[in-house]
Design a protein around this ligand. Structure first.
Ligand code: GLC
Length: 818
């Protein structure tokens, strides 16, 4: 049986169980077993203060309300008044949050924990917790007091929180869910799962991001339920007027994050869980992947084809078949007799090599990784202390316990050989963790969990995150000052600190193109901006049109990689014939032109916590509860796209947010705040640039860094509203940016009927390699008589296409064109 079939068979078993589970939920509201007894908080009768926190008690149970910042308040429940250890894998280590002030006020009917922005009201009559702004507008309120079950049959506490849902409330976030953007009316669970060929609304998938954003009455707030056990969310699904979240174990512990803008909530969620490090520039180029390119001649041939056809590409991936019998950290010497030489030759031709590493380590006494792991007891053990075993690609395997820092340290060192061979990036897969036949590990498997030991029920959802963390840390040490590139399939909240992600084994259908667009927007507002889909679809066969439309969306995916299953036909940009190849080439070239803009969007994410993909609801919050064009999104600050989702589609309706927008392909200007019918011939897609933007552009290169840039092109789009744009530049592959060795430029553009001014200021210590800007103005409503740069007038030049441009010193501060 082919590997993919084997996997499919296994996956369908898992799917059936899951489907059954859902059916039982839906069809079984009337149970003839006694109702499960839930315990509720009583009335708060006393409180104590402890640093930034107040602990309220009903005489038996305690609730801690802790002020993290003016806009972030955490609520925890201890049913027996003893809180669990205050440890979280999600939070960034150097959390630097402080409220400007906070206080506790007691009134006749409530305790009020107040910050400069938020009031957390704890009602004396019923212990309900209500969050309001200082003007008294309720953003989020308990429907019932916090509750729990102490039923030993369930192995501990089940903890619940039920909030009121208002009639117009919309819900966003929650990571990689394959549902419509607004989550209202649906239930979800979080249990990282290997879901080959998943479908629309299938749940759970590969990642656990228990963070959502609610928008009610035009205002936004967020809830981050930091609990690594299997968690559940109900967004006004069972009952229209309430939203609940609960867990099979651990503590009820959630952060209320105040808005009122969705963007504020998303940024503050990043303040808690961190942002992506800056990726190496090559990591945001185009990547070509396949299960699997082998032997070496095949890899070289694919690389040569890219260069011969002049289609830009920065990275080639080696999937599991490069290994010796799927033993991680080894090479199949029959297929790859001299990997170091091959990788060096690829590198000389501008290609980086990325390899797959899975967590399953083959049980083989002659295999050094297995021997080291076994001798040091690095592998996970069952409740009875025997090593946990399961079958994955290599056959019988054992699995490292990445929740142990010693194991992570060891795992990080295992990459030494690959790094010495020249490997530039690592792809961690199957880390939900996936086990053939049984889905994942048995629940009794023990994990070290940073010393706060627990079973697999507690560690399952963070297993993949801790794996890629150890990969990232290991690579960072081994590659010295170079930025690692890692990608992971499984994730928990905060994984952005260590890795990029992709959405796993999707299908080559138009529906999946749409699902992918929703997933990436959702991941982006859930902290994981560096995300992508398998362009073209992993399993199944796209035709040239679907492949090409997906490639167009890929240009606007923060991570841009084509990947496909082993049993599918060829998937290189030229595989569908010359007509499609030409369009794909044009769009991949567009990606390379936009690289300085995209790199800047990554910087804004890293430094200012701004998501890279922004749903329309985030741009115009009043649209949140009635979102029409879910597939439309802003890519960074100044570009809006609406991917084409149907075969044969010659035009589509696009909604343009308020303001003026330029259609990218011909610079026609449109007024926003309305819907438009836009032509979508195969070689175009709706791409709009905000009026007043400065869009930096690189010349087309076959790989990042191929050409030296003497003059950086800036496209300046006329606009009458004052508009901000940014440009970030650094070495592209070192950590010097952490010492301010970068250059961040800020442009302000303001147009009038007869003139346009552009102001520039900059900060940072990096001296970029170009000396001048090559400035093109787009959409000027007047004839140019004069351009003045810091008091000196300059003249117009013409490029090779006879287009007018201006050559301007890169340090300019103010430029006026009239
Ligand atoms: C999993 C991954 C897929 C990979 C395959 C073989 O299905 O999701 O991307 O190609 O395993 O390693």
């Amino acid at each position: 049986m082919a590997e993919s079939e084997k996997k499919e068979e296994i996956a369908s078993e898992v799917l059936t169980e899951e489907t059954l589970d859902n059916i039982q939920h839906v069809n079984n509201p009337v149970l003839d077993v006694p109702a499960i007894e839930k315990k509720y908080l009583g009335k708060p009768t006393s409180y104590v203060k402890s640093n930034n926190a107040f602990i309220f008690s009903d005489g038996k149970a305690s609730v801690e309300v802790k002020v993290f910042a003016d806009e972030i308040i955490r609520v925890r429940l201890a049913p027996q008044s003893s809180f669990l250890d205050d440890f979280s894998y999600a939070l960034k280590k150097d959390l630097d949050l402080h409220p400007t002030s906070f206080s506790l006020e007691e009134t006749d009917d409530a305790y009020l924990v107040k910050t400069a922005v938020v009031v957390c009201r704890i009602q004396k009559a019923d212990f309900l917790v209500v969050f309001e702004n200082v003007e008294g507008k309720v953003f989020n309120a308990d429907h019932k007091p916090l509750h729990w079950e102490e039923n030993v049959d369930f192995g501990g506490y089940y903890v619940y929180c039920t909030k009121k849902a208002t009639a117009d409330e919309a819900f966003f976030g929650l990571g990689d869910k394959s549902s419509n953007l607004n989550l209202r009316g649906r239930r979800f669970s979080n249990w990282n799962s290997d879901t080959y060929g998943f479908g629309f609304n299938q749940d759970p998938l590969y990642k656990t991001i228990p963070f959502y954003i609610g928008v009610t009455g035009g205002d936004a707030y967020g809830i981050f339920f930091d609990n690594t056990f299997k968690t559940f969310f109900d967004f006004a699904a069972e009952k229209n007027d309430r939203t609940s979240y609960w867990s099979e174990g651990g503590e009820m512990q959630y952060y209320y994050i105040h808005g009122p803008q969705m963007m504020d909530v998303v940024k503050r969620y990043h303040d808690l869980t961190g942002t992506h490090y800056m990726p190496p520039l090559w990591a945001i180029g185009y990547h070509q992947c396949r299960w699997s390119y082998y032997p070496e001649a095949n890899v070289r041939d694919v690389a040569d084809q890219f260069r011969k056809r002049q289609i830009p590409c920065d990275a080639i991936y080696l999937d599991i078949d490069y290994m010796d019998g799927y033993r991680c950290f080894t090479w199949n010497k029959r297929y790859f007799p001299d990997p170091k030489k091959m990788i060096a030759d690829l590198a000389a031709n501008g290609f980086k090599t990325v390899v797959m590493i899975d967590p399953g380590i083959k049980v083989d006494e002659d295999y050094w990784v297995f021997k080291e792991g076994k001798e040091n007891r690095y592998f996970c053990r069952r409740g009875d202390d025997y090593f946990m075993e399961g079958y994955v690609w290599p056959g019988r395997c054992q699995f490292p316990d990445y929740t142990n820092p010693k194991v992570r340290e060891w795992w990080g060192t295992l990459y030494r050989g690959l790094v010495e061979d020249g490997v530039a990036g690592v792809w961690n897969d199957m880390n939900e963790p996936a086990v053939f036949g049984r889905g994942t590990f048995p629940g009794d498997v023990r994990h070290y969990y940073e010393g706060f030991r627990g079973s697999h029920r507690k560690a399952h959802n963070i297993y993949g995150m801790q794996m890629v963390r150890s990969t990232y840390d290991g690579l960072k040490k081994l590659q010295r000052n170079k930025r690692p590139f890692t990608i992971t399939r499984a994730a928990y909240a905060g994984t952005q600190r260590y890795s990029s992600v992709w959405t796993g084994d999707n299908i080559a259908t138009w529906e999946h193109l749409r699902i992918g667009i929703l997933q990436l927007q959702r991941l982006s507002v859930s902290g994981l901006s560096f995300c992508g889909t398998d362009i073209g679809g992993f399993t199944g066969e796209p035709d040239g049109e679907l492949y090409t439309r997906w490639m167009q969306f890929g240009v606007f995916s923060p991570f841009m990689r084509v990947h496909s299953a082993g049993d599918t036909r060829d998937r290189e940009p030229w595989s569908f014939g010359p007509e499609w190849e030409a369009i794909c080439k044009k769009f991949i070239e567009l990606r390379y032109k936009l690289l300085p803009y995209i790199y800047t969007a990554f910087w804004r994410q890293h430094k200012y916590c701004e998501p890279i993909l922004r749903p329309i609801a985030l741009l115009e919050q009043e649209k949140a509860s009635n979102l029409q064009r879910e597939e439309e999104f802003a890519f960074g600050h100044n570009i809006l796209v609406s991917p084409v989702l149907n075969p044969g589609q010659q035009s589509k309706i696009v909604y343009l947010p308020e303001g003026d927008w330029y259609y990218y392909f011909d610079n026609t200007i449109y007024h926003g705040g309305q819907e438009l019918q836009i032509d979508t011939p195969l070689d175009k897609m709706p791409i709009f640039v905000r009026a007043g933007s400065v869009i930096p552009e690189y010349p087309v290169m076959q790989y990042t860094g191929e050409k030296h840039i003497d003059a950086l092109r800036l496209n300046i789009y006329f606009g009458e509203r004052r508009q901000d744009s940014d440009l970030y530049i650094d070495h592209g592959d070192t950590f010097a940016y952490e010492q301010s060795v970068y250059n961040e430029k800020h442009f302000i553009v303001e147009g009038k009927k007869d003139c346009l001014t552009v102001m520039q200021n900059q900060e940072g210590l990096y001296n970029e390699r170009f000396d001048t800007y090559k400035i093109y103005f787009i959409g000027l409503p007047f004839n140019v008589n004069k351009i003045d740069v810091d008091g000196v007038s300059i003249s117009v030049l013409r490029d090779e296409d006879n287009m007018p441009y201006f050559s301007v010193e890169k340090e300019f501060r103010k430029l006026t064109i009239a």
